[in-house]
Structures are given as C-alpha cells and as structure tokens.
Write a protein that binds this ligand. Structure first.
Ligand SMILES: [Zn+2]
Ligand SMILES: [Zn+2]
Length: 270
C-alpha cells in the first residue's frame, strides 16, 4: 500500500484512520483518487474538503457505525462506498461482540478493494453477480489471494523505502520496488524481490513472538501460477479481455438497481 498523508497538515496517516493524530482533522479515504483527505464534517453529508480543492465527497453511510472511513462522490446515488456496497448480510448487531467482527470484515475487504482498484480490475459482488461473486475454484482463488498479497506487500515495502542489505546471505543489497504491473512476467520479481521481503517479514514475526504472516513455500509451480494470474490481470486491466464477470444481458442496469435491492437493505438495518 502507498504511504498516505493528511491533506491538511501533510503528516503520515494510515489507511484505517478516521482522524489525523497530528492536526485532529476528520479523515476520509477516496478510493477513486487513492488519497486520504481531511474534511470538515457536516450534518447534510456535504462534507467540506480541507487542503487543495477537488472533487466533492460524502461519507459512506457505515461511517456512522464506526466501521468505514471511505468516501463517495457527493453526486453518487449510492449511500454505501464501493466496498461496503458489496456486503450482503451483516451479523446481528444486538450482540455487542458482532460489531467488532463486522468492523474487522469490512476493514479486510477495503484492503482487497484497494488492490483491485489499483490493478484496474472490476469489483464484482454477489448482489450484481450471484454466480461468480463466490469462488468456485479454491486453487484459483488462493492464487489470486497470494498474488494480491504480493502486489500490496511489495508496494508497502517500496513506499517505505525498504532496502535489504542482506537480501541473500552474501549477495548484493536489494532496494525494494513495487511490482511492475505492466511487466510481461513477474517471475524475476517474485524470486529477487518478493522472496527476500517475505522472508524478512517472517523473521520479524518470529522475533516478535508472532506466527509467520507469510506461511508459504514458493516453489516453481507456485511461481508459474502467480505469473499466470499476472497475465490475466494485465489482460483484464488493459481491456484486451472482458473482465466484468457479469452476463452481458445483466450488465446494464445492475449499477442503478443496487441501492434498492432487498439484500442491501439488510445491511442498512441496525
Ligand atoms: Zn493532519
Ligand atoms: Zn463504506
């Protein structure tokens, strides 16, 4: 993930922040621009943006429940952000512990959507596409998850300027780079960049008494599969293959009917 800063004071903020720890501003993340902005909140949802002028935004309706910090264009007919809009059913909130589970789920999903937006891939969901919103093939889904972790992991390491002098026991030092999404193959990047970075992360995990956050052995067939996903992503994001996952006859109108669907109302209910 890229490094994010507050648009009012310029200090570092994090993807999940609701406010800036430095200047106290209310923060909202704009997925369309992949930026965090400071806002002056207002009751009528027309939040005034702080810092340089630009698009007008309103907060996702789930912000009121403290589970979302994403924004939508003020002119949008939706009330939920790009990510919350895909939640079909939420846990029974009368049980207090369920609020935390729901918040954790939404938080993880926003990270997934961050990467899908970055890869210029569509963001299908069960409301728009009941057949393909779930994953029919486990291996396919797992390799996708693996690829998305690698894309975001390398981007985060590069955004922090990570540099490993001991990437290999007596090899050259490594300046970590984000994955080149236009590269024909990511085979070399997996071996030269991602392996040392993931091994470093696991080494840190163990030093801190945590489990390995990347408990995978990357053998040749795994690299082959990751490279295949990369080729699918390239084809999808360049538009050379259709990737809207939606049958042609239903593609039109799905967007406009989303807010009024019964499933969606369920997510609105406290
Ligand atoms: Zn600030
Ligand atoms: Zn949201």
């Amino acid at each position: 993930m890229k490094q994010l800063t507050c648009s009012k004071c310029g200090n570092r903020v994090f993807f999940e922040n609701l406010s800036c720890e430095t200047c106290g501003s209310t923060l909202g993340y704009a997925p369309d621009e992949q930026l965090m902005f400071a806002f002056e909140p207002a009751d009528d949802e027309a939040w005034r943006r702080q810092g340089p002028p630009g698009l007008d935004y309103k907060p996702c309706v789930n912000r009121k429940r403290g589970v979302c910090n994403w924004m939508l264009p003020s002119a949008s007919s939706h009330r939920h952000c790009l990510s919350c809009r895909t939640t079909h059913t939420i846990p029974e909130l009368a049980k207090p512990e369920n609020h935390g589970y729901w918040a954790a789920l939404e938080q993880a999903k926003r990270r997934l959507f961050y990467t899908l937006v970055e890869l210029v891939l569509p963001t299908p969901n069960k409301l728009e596409d009941p057949a393909n919103g779930s994953h029919p093939w486990e291996d396919w889904a797992e390799t996708w998850a693996h690829y998305l972790h690698m894309v975001d992991g390398l981007e985060t390491a590069a955004a922090w300027g990570a540099h490993l002098d001991q990437a290999l026991p007596s090899g050259p030092s490594l300046k970590v780079r984000a994955l080149d999404l236009n590269a024909e193959s990511i085979r070399d990047a997996v071996i030269e960049q991602w392996l040392p970075v993931s091994q470093f992360i696991n080494a840190m995990d163990r030093s801190l008494g945590a489990h390995d956050s990347y408990p995978f052995i990357v053998v040749e067939p795994v690299i082959e599969k990751l490279d295949f996903i990369h080729r699918v992503v390239r084809a999808g994001s360049s538009g050379s293959v259709a990737m809207n996952f939606l049958p042609r006859d239903r593609a039109r109108g799905a967007e406009s009917s989303l807010d009024s669907s019964a499933g969606h109302e369920e997510a609105d209910r406290p």
